[in-house]
Design a protein around this ligand. Structure first.
Ligand code: TRP
Length: 358
Protein backbone atom coordinates (compact mmCIF):
# COMPACT_ATOMS: atom_id res chain seq x y z
CA UNK A 1 0.00 0.00 0.00
CA UNK A 2 2.85 2.35 0.78
CA UNK A 3 4.56 1.95 -2.57
CA UNK A 4 1.19 2.57 -4.12
CA UNK A 5 0.68 5.83 -2.31
CA UNK A 6 3.73 7.25 -4.03
CA UNK A 7 1.86 7.24 -7.28
CA UNK A 8 -1.52 8.38 -6.06
CA UNK A 9 -2.49 12.00 -6.34
CA UNK A 10 -2.22 13.90 -3.09
CA UNK A 11 -5.47 15.14 -1.59
CA UNK A 12 -5.33 17.44 1.41
CA UNK A 13 -8.06 18.93 3.49
CA UNK A 14 -8.17 20.58 6.86
CA UNK A 15 -10.82 21.61 9.29
CA UNK A 16 -10.49 24.24 11.97
CA UNK A 17 -10.94 22.89 15.46
CA UNK A 18 -13.67 25.20 16.61
CA UNK A 19 -16.45 22.88 17.76
CA UNK A 20 -18.22 19.66 16.98
CA UNK A 21 -18.88 18.49 13.46
CA UNK A 22 -22.41 18.85 12.15
CA UNK A 23 -24.48 17.24 9.42
CA UNK A 24 -23.20 19.81 6.92
CA UNK A 25 -19.62 18.72 7.61
CA UNK A 26 -20.68 15.11 7.34
CA UNK A 27 -22.48 15.25 4.00
CA UNK A 28 -20.37 18.07 2.55
CA UNK A 29 -16.98 16.65 3.46
CA UNK A 30 -16.49 13.67 5.76
CA UNK A 31 -18.63 11.19 3.88
CA UNK A 32 -16.88 12.10 0.65
CA UNK A 33 -13.46 11.80 2.27
CA UNK A 34 -14.30 8.27 3.34
CA UNK A 35 -15.19 7.39 -0.24
CA UNK A 36 -11.93 8.65 -1.76
CA UNK A 37 -9.48 7.38 0.84
CA UNK A 38 -8.74 4.20 -1.13
CA UNK A 39 -8.04 5.89 -4.41
CA UNK A 40 -5.98 8.91 -3.40
CA UNK A 41 -3.10 9.67 -1.10
CA UNK A 42 -5.38 11.45 1.37
CA UNK A 43 -4.10 13.66 4.12
CA UNK A 44 -6.68 15.07 6.49
CA UNK A 45 -5.68 17.36 9.28
CA UNK A 46 -7.06 19.40 12.13
CA UNK A 47 -6.13 23.03 11.71
CA UNK A 48 -5.56 24.02 15.33
CA UNK A 49 -3.16 26.83 14.39
CA UNK A 50 -5.85 28.33 12.20
CA UNK A 51 -8.25 28.06 15.12
CA UNK A 52 -5.88 30.27 17.14
CA UNK A 53 -6.70 33.22 14.88
CA UNK A 54 -9.90 33.72 16.82
CA UNK A 55 -8.20 33.37 20.22
CA UNK A 56 -10.02 30.37 21.65
CA UNK A 57 -9.91 29.37 25.28
CA UNK A 58 -6.81 27.12 25.68
CA UNK A 59 -8.75 24.35 27.44
CA UNK A 60 -11.34 24.39 24.72
CA UNK A 61 -8.79 24.32 21.92
CA UNK A 62 -7.35 21.02 23.02
CA UNK A 63 -10.73 19.47 23.76
CA UNK A 64 -11.94 20.50 20.32
CA UNK A 65 -8.96 18.97 18.56
CA UNK A 66 -9.66 15.70 20.33
CA UNK A 67 -13.36 15.81 19.52
CA UNK A 68 -12.81 16.39 15.82
CA UNK A 69 -10.19 13.69 15.67
CA UNK A 70 -12.63 11.22 17.23
CA UNK A 71 -15.37 12.37 14.86
CA UNK A 72 -13.16 11.88 11.80
CA UNK A 73 -12.34 8.37 12.91
CA UNK A 74 -15.91 7.55 13.90
CA UNK A 75 -17.20 8.71 10.52
CA UNK A 76 -14.98 6.14 8.85
CA UNK A 77 -11.70 7.82 8.00
CA UNK A 78 -9.21 5.01 8.34
CA UNK A 79 -5.76 5.94 9.66
CA UNK A 80 -4.32 2.94 7.82
CA UNK A 81 -5.49 4.39 4.52
CA UNK A 82 -5.38 8.14 5.04
CA UNK A 83 -2.92 10.28 6.95
CA UNK A 84 -4.69 12.02 9.83
CA UNK A 85 -2.68 14.63 11.65
CA UNK A 86 -2.78 17.72 13.82
CA UNK A 87 -1.40 20.84 12.17
CA UNK A 88 0.61 21.92 15.22
CA UNK A 89 2.36 18.54 15.27
CA UNK A 90 4.14 19.61 12.11
CA UNK A 91 6.44 22.48 13.13
CA UNK A 92 7.73 22.66 9.56
CA UNK A 93 4.43 24.34 8.70
CA UNK A 94 5.14 27.21 11.10
CA UNK A 95 8.61 27.73 9.69
CA UNK A 96 7.52 27.69 6.09
CA UNK A 97 4.70 30.09 6.96
CA UNK A 98 7.33 32.62 7.98
CA UNK A 99 9.28 32.04 4.78
CA UNK A 100 6.29 32.22 2.45
CA UNK A 101 5.04 35.42 4.10
CA UNK A 102 8.07 37.17 2.57
CA UNK A 103 6.38 36.72 -0.79
CA UNK A 104 2.86 37.67 0.18
CA UNK A 105 1.46 41.17 -0.16
CA UNK A 106 -0.37 42.84 2.72
CA UNK A 107 -2.74 44.33 0.15
CA UNK A 108 -3.79 41.03 -1.34
CA UNK A 109 -4.41 39.64 2.15
CA UNK A 110 -6.44 42.67 3.17
CA UNK A 111 -8.64 42.32 0.10
CA UNK A 112 -9.53 38.71 0.92
CA UNK A 113 -13.24 38.33 1.61
CA UNK A 114 -12.79 36.10 4.64
CA UNK A 115 -10.35 38.59 6.18
CA UNK A 116 -12.77 41.46 5.71
CA UNK A 117 -15.56 39.42 7.29
CA UNK A 118 -13.47 38.42 10.27
CA UNK A 119 -11.98 41.87 10.71
CA UNK A 120 -15.46 43.36 10.65
CA UNK A 121 -16.50 40.92 13.35
CA UNK A 122 -13.42 41.60 15.47
CA UNK A 123 -14.07 45.35 15.19
CA UNK A 124 -17.76 44.99 15.92
CA UNK A 125 -18.76 46.52 12.59
CA UNK A 126 -21.96 45.51 10.92
CA UNK A 127 -21.72 43.77 7.58
CA UNK A 128 -21.69 46.20 4.69
CA UNK A 129 -20.29 45.47 1.31
CA UNK A 130 -18.24 48.62 0.88
CA UNK A 131 -16.89 49.52 4.28
CA UNK A 132 -13.30 48.68 3.31
CA UNK A 133 -12.19 52.21 4.16
CA UNK A 134 -13.83 51.97 7.56
CA UNK A 135 -12.13 48.63 8.29
CA UNK A 136 -8.77 50.00 7.26
CA UNK A 137 -9.22 53.17 9.28
CA UNK A 138 -10.15 51.19 12.37
CA UNK A 139 -7.36 48.66 11.94
CA UNK A 140 -4.80 51.43 11.70
CA UNK A 141 -6.47 53.69 14.24
CA UNK A 142 -5.24 53.96 17.81
CA UNK A 143 -8.50 54.92 19.50
CA UNK A 144 -10.02 51.50 19.44
CA UNK A 145 -9.15 48.77 21.89
CA UNK A 146 -10.50 46.17 19.51
CA UNK A 147 -7.75 44.39 17.67
CA UNK A 148 -7.53 42.61 14.35
CA UNK A 149 -4.62 40.27 14.94
CA UNK A 150 -1.95 39.69 12.32
CA UNK A 151 -2.70 35.97 12.31
CA UNK A 152 -6.13 36.73 10.90
CA UNK A 153 -4.52 38.70 8.09
CA UNK A 154 -2.03 35.98 7.23
CA UNK A 155 -4.57 33.15 7.51
CA UNK A 156 -4.31 32.53 3.72
CA UNK A 157 -0.52 32.23 3.92
CA UNK A 158 -0.84 29.53 6.56
CA UNK A 159 -3.45 27.70 4.53
CA UNK A 160 -1.29 27.92 1.41
CA UNK A 161 1.60 26.43 3.37
CA UNK A 162 -0.59 23.55 4.60
CA UNK A 163 -1.23 22.71 0.98
CA UNK A 164 2.12 23.49 -0.62
CA UNK A 165 4.25 21.82 2.04
CA UNK A 166 2.44 18.55 1.26
CA UNK A 167 2.52 19.28 -2.49
CA UNK A 168 -1.16 18.50 -2.64
CA UNK A 169 -2.89 19.02 -5.97
CA UNK A 170 -6.47 18.28 -4.97
CA UNK A 171 -7.98 20.20 -2.10
CA UNK A 172 -11.64 19.59 -1.24
CA UNK A 173 -12.99 22.80 0.23
CA UNK A 174 -16.27 24.62 0.61
CA UNK A 175 -17.21 27.57 -1.57
CA UNK A 176 -16.07 30.02 1.08
CA UNK A 177 -12.51 28.68 0.80
CA UNK A 178 -12.11 28.91 -2.97
CA UNK A 179 -10.55 32.35 -2.76
CA UNK A 180 -7.88 30.97 -0.42
CA UNK A 181 -7.18 28.23 -2.94
CA UNK A 182 -6.85 30.83 -5.68
CA UNK A 183 -4.33 32.70 -3.52
CA UNK A 184 -2.45 29.45 -2.93
CA UNK A 185 -2.08 28.98 -6.67
CA UNK A 186 -0.89 32.54 -7.02
CA UNK A 187 1.70 32.12 -4.24
CA UNK A 188 2.91 28.86 -5.78
CA UNK A 189 3.38 30.48 -9.19
CA UNK A 190 5.05 33.48 -7.62
CA UNK A 191 7.50 31.35 -5.65
CA UNK A 192 8.30 29.18 -8.65
CA UNK A 193 8.92 32.12 -10.93
CA UNK A 194 10.81 34.28 -8.40
CA UNK A 195 13.36 31.53 -7.79
CA UNK A 196 13.05 30.02 -11.23
CA UNK A 197 12.11 26.60 -9.86
CA UNK A 198 9.16 24.29 -10.39
CA UNK A 199 8.76 23.06 -6.84
CA UNK A 200 5.14 23.80 -6.27
CA UNK A 201 2.28 22.31 -8.26
CA UNK A 202 -0.89 24.39 -8.37
CA UNK A 203 -3.70 22.93 -6.27
CA UNK A 204 -7.34 22.84 -7.34
CA UNK A 205 -10.62 22.11 -5.64
CA UNK A 206 -11.49 18.41 -5.65
CA UNK A 207 -14.29 17.79 -8.09
CA UNK A 208 -16.53 15.08 -6.65
CA UNK A 209 -18.84 15.30 -9.64
CA UNK A 210 -22.61 15.73 -9.46
CA UNK A 211 -24.47 18.60 -7.90
CA UNK A 212 -23.08 20.01 -4.66
CA UNK A 213 -24.86 18.63 -1.60
CA UNK A 214 -27.13 21.13 0.04
CA UNK A 215 -27.35 20.83 3.82
CA UNK A 216 -29.58 23.61 5.13
CA UNK A 217 -29.94 24.61 8.77
CA UNK A 218 -33.05 24.37 10.92
CA UNK A 219 -33.67 28.09 11.15
CA UNK A 220 -35.53 28.53 7.90
CA UNK A 221 -32.84 29.97 5.67
CA UNK A 222 -29.30 29.34 4.57
CA UNK A 223 -26.93 26.47 5.03
CA UNK A 224 -26.05 24.67 8.21
CA UNK A 225 -23.11 26.41 9.84
CA UNK A 226 -21.41 26.61 13.21
CA UNK A 227 -21.74 30.37 13.38
CA UNK A 228 -25.41 30.34 12.37
CA UNK A 229 -26.45 28.34 15.45
CA UNK A 230 -28.72 26.15 13.31
CA UNK A 231 -26.79 22.91 13.47
CA UNK A 232 -27.49 19.28 14.10
CA UNK A 233 -24.29 17.86 15.52
CA UNK A 234 -23.15 14.30 14.93
CA UNK A 235 -22.87 13.84 18.68
CA UNK A 236 -26.21 15.40 19.65
CA UNK A 237 -28.01 13.14 22.11
CA UNK A 238 -31.30 11.72 20.77
CA UNK A 239 -33.46 13.77 23.09
CA UNK A 240 -31.76 17.06 22.25
CA UNK A 241 -31.70 16.24 18.56
CA UNK A 242 -35.42 15.47 18.46
CA UNK A 243 -36.15 18.71 20.28
CA UNK A 244 -34.07 20.72 17.78
CA UNK A 245 -35.83 19.16 14.82
CA UNK A 246 -39.29 19.63 16.34
CA UNK A 247 -38.47 23.32 16.79
CA UNK A 248 -37.32 23.83 13.21
CA UNK A 249 -38.90 26.80 11.45
CA UNK A 250 -41.83 26.01 9.11
CA UNK A 251 -44.80 28.01 7.84
CA UNK A 252 -48.60 27.90 8.11
CA UNK A 253 -48.77 24.99 5.66
CA UNK A 254 -49.81 24.70 2.01
CA UNK A 255 -52.99 26.73 1.44
CA UNK A 256 -53.95 25.18 -1.89
CA UNK A 257 -53.05 21.97 -3.73
CA UNK A 258 -49.65 22.01 -5.44
CA UNK A 259 -48.56 25.33 -3.93
CA UNK A 260 -44.93 26.28 -4.22
CA UNK A 261 -42.88 25.50 -1.13
CA UNK A 262 -41.42 28.17 1.13
CA UNK A 263 -37.72 27.94 1.95
CA UNK A 264 -38.06 26.70 5.56
CA UNK A 265 -40.18 23.74 4.47
CA UNK A 266 -38.06 23.07 1.38
CA UNK A 267 -35.09 22.92 3.75
CA UNK A 268 -36.70 20.19 5.82
CA UNK A 269 -37.33 18.26 2.63
CA UNK A 270 -33.66 18.70 1.65
CA UNK A 271 -32.63 17.17 4.96
CA UNK A 272 -35.15 14.37 4.54
CA UNK A 273 -33.74 13.63 1.09
CA UNK A 274 -30.28 13.23 2.57
CA UNK A 275 -31.26 10.96 5.40
CA UNK A 276 -34.43 9.12 4.41
CA UNK A 277 -35.59 6.72 1.72
CA UNK A 278 -37.06 7.88 -1.62
CA UNK A 279 -40.39 6.27 -0.64
CA UNK A 280 -40.70 8.29 2.52
CA UNK A 281 -39.67 11.49 0.76
CA UNK A 282 -42.33 10.86 -1.87
CA UNK A 283 -44.96 10.16 0.74
CA UNK A 284 -44.37 13.57 2.37
CA UNK A 285 -44.10 15.37 -0.97
CA UNK A 286 -47.46 13.94 -1.98
CA UNK A 287 -48.91 14.97 1.35
CA UNK A 288 -47.59 18.49 0.82
CA UNK A 289 -49.05 18.60 -2.68
CA UNK A 290 -52.54 17.56 -1.54
CA UNK A 291 -52.38 19.69 1.63
CA UNK A 292 -52.73 16.74 3.98
CA UNK A 293 -49.21 17.16 5.37
CA UNK A 294 -48.68 17.61 9.08
CA UNK A 295 -45.33 19.21 9.76
CA UNK A 296 -45.19 17.48 13.15
CA UNK A 297 -45.17 14.10 11.40
CA UNK A 298 -42.57 15.27 8.91
CA UNK A 299 -40.32 16.44 11.72
CA UNK A 300 -40.75 13.25 13.73
CA UNK A 301 -39.78 11.20 10.72
CA UNK A 302 -36.86 13.48 9.95
CA UNK A 303 -35.52 13.29 13.50
CA UNK A 304 -35.62 9.49 13.48
CA UNK A 305 -33.94 9.28 10.07
CA UNK A 306 -31.20 11.66 11.15
CA UNK A 307 -30.69 9.64 14.32
CA UNK A 308 -30.29 6.49 12.26
CA UNK A 309 -27.33 8.19 10.57
CA UNK A 310 -25.80 9.85 13.62
CA UNK A 311 -26.33 7.26 16.36
CA UNK A 312 -23.66 4.78 15.23
CA UNK A 313 -21.25 7.67 14.73
CA UNK A 314 -22.02 9.16 18.15
CA UNK A 315 -21.49 5.80 19.81
CA UNK A 316 -18.16 5.29 18.08
CA UNK A 317 -17.07 8.83 19.01
CA UNK A 318 -17.67 8.03 22.66
CA UNK A 319 -15.75 4.75 22.44
CA UNK A 320 -12.85 6.40 20.65
CA UNK A 321 -12.67 9.31 23.08
CA UNK A 322 -12.40 6.83 25.93
CA UNK A 323 -9.39 5.19 24.30
CA UNK A 324 -6.59 7.70 24.82
CA UNK A 325 -3.92 5.22 23.78
CA UNK A 326 -5.53 4.67 20.44
CA UNK A 327 -5.86 8.42 19.85
CA UNK A 328 -2.23 8.96 20.75
CA UNK A 329 -1.14 6.23 18.35
CA UNK A 330 -3.20 7.63 15.48
CA UNK A 331 -1.89 11.13 16.03
CA UNK A 332 1.74 10.01 16.32
CA UNK A 333 1.54 7.92 13.18
CA UNK A 334 -0.12 10.76 11.25
CA UNK A 335 2.39 13.32 12.47
CA UNK A 336 5.26 11.12 11.36
CA UNK A 337 3.91 10.73 7.85
CA UNK A 338 2.99 14.41 7.52
CA UNK A 339 6.38 15.54 8.83
CA UNK A 340 8.15 13.23 6.47
CA UNK A 341 6.70 15.07 3.49
CA UNK A 342 6.85 18.51 5.12
CA UNK A 343 10.48 18.33 6.15
CA UNK A 344 11.55 17.49 2.60
CA UNK A 345 9.65 20.45 1.18
CA UNK A 346 10.93 22.79 3.88
CA UNK A 347 14.53 21.73 3.31
CA UNK A 348 14.14 22.56 -0.38
CA UNK A 349 12.50 25.89 0.36
CA UNK A 350 15.27 26.89 2.78
CA UNK A 351 17.92 25.97 0.23
CA UNK A 352 16.12 27.74 -2.62
CA UNK A 353 15.76 30.91 -0.54
CA UNK A 354 19.44 30.85 0.35
CA UNK A 355 19.32 29.68 3.95
CA UNK A 356 22.33 27.42 4.27
CA UNK A 357 24.16 25.81 7.12
CA UNK A 358 27.77 26.81 7.79
N1 TRP B 1 -9.46 27.39 6.09
C1 TRP B 1 -10.15 26.12 6.06
C2 TRP B 1 -11.56 26.33 6.60
O1 TRP B 1 -11.79 27.20 7.40
C3 TRP B 1 -9.42 25.08 6.86
C4 TRP B 1 -8.08 24.81 6.28
C5 TRP B 1 -6.88 25.20 6.79
C6 TRP B 1 -7.80 24.08 5.10
N2 TRP B 1 -5.86 24.79 6.01
C7 TRP B 1 -6.38 24.09 4.95
C8 TRP B 1 -8.59 23.43 4.16
C9 TRP B 1 -5.76 23.46 3.89
C10 TRP B 1 -7.97 22.82 3.07
C11 TRP B 1 -6.55 22.83 2.94
O2 TRP B 1 -12.44 25.60 6.24
Amino acid sequence: MNTDSNRKEIVLSGIRSTGNLHLGNYYGALRKFVKIQDDFDCRFFIADLHALTTNPDPQELHANVKKILAEYLAAGIDPEKATIFIQSDVPEIAEMYLLLNMHVGIGELMRTTSFKDKARKALGLTAASDDDDEIEKQICGVETNRRVNAGLLTYPTLMAVDILIQKATKVPVGKDQLQHLELTRRFARRFNSFYNVDDFPEPYDFDFGGAPVKVPGLDGSGKMGKSEGNCIYLVDEPKALRKKVMRAVTDEGPQAPNSPMNEPVANLFSLLELTSTPEIVKQFRDAYADCSIRYGDLKKQLAEDILAVTTPIRERVNDILADEDYLRRVVAQGAEKARDAASKTLADVRRIMGIRKF
